[in-house]
Design a protein around this ligand. Sequence first.
Ligand code: B16
Ligand code: MG
Length: 219
Amino acid sequence: MLKGLIFDLDGVITDSAVYHLKAWQDLAKSIGIDLPEEFGDKLRGRSRMDSLELILEFGHKQDQYTEAEKEALAAKKNAAYVNAVKQMTRADILPNMGKLLDEAKQQGLKLALASASKNAPLILHQLGLEDAFEARVDPATLKHGKPDPEIYVKAQELLGLKADEVISFEDAPAGIQSIKAAGQFAVGIGDPVVLKGADYVVGSTSALELSEIEKVFEK
Ligand code: B16
Ligand code: MG
């Protein structure tokens, strides 16, 4: 029986991916790497340091920096990203998501956030959603990033629920892998080819209908 919903943040509740990409592109440029727009998809759901590693590998520079230098690069990117996030408002909640969260609460479902972002508290504040989730996984406590199941298992545990009692929502292939490895029902938001491991896929949040997803979940 369905008892809870677990949400990724970036790409599901709001589209902060555009700000992540812009901040990474500027940082990459400053060290001589030209990062194409398409690279943004590879960064979805990946932790900050995993994202930096992917970018350095892409630019064949993975062996050129010490750990301390990598930390400094990541901090520089984050400062630019945080500046962009501070411009966000309630209007940046993705279409339909406010309604879906309200409906879920009315049904008595428990809600949790499973975001890899250490900036999630700031983003939720900007969106006016500080009180929307009864549980939030703190990514600083995780040993492994998505696609490892750890973050979704932890979110489910924080809600006190079992894997077959929750539906989890993701926009990233790494996130869908994480949900499925946790044994949960996965809703993908994006390209069905890219998110082929999901149990239910919609092209965008506008097409999300909780009652329709529940019908497939109950089958
Ligand atoms: P931060 P999600 C993820 O958020 C983003 O998709 C990913 O691009 C980002 O690198 C990661 O958070 C870490 O973010 O640098 O703010 O800690 O999709 O898991 O909500
Ligand atoms: Mg995401």
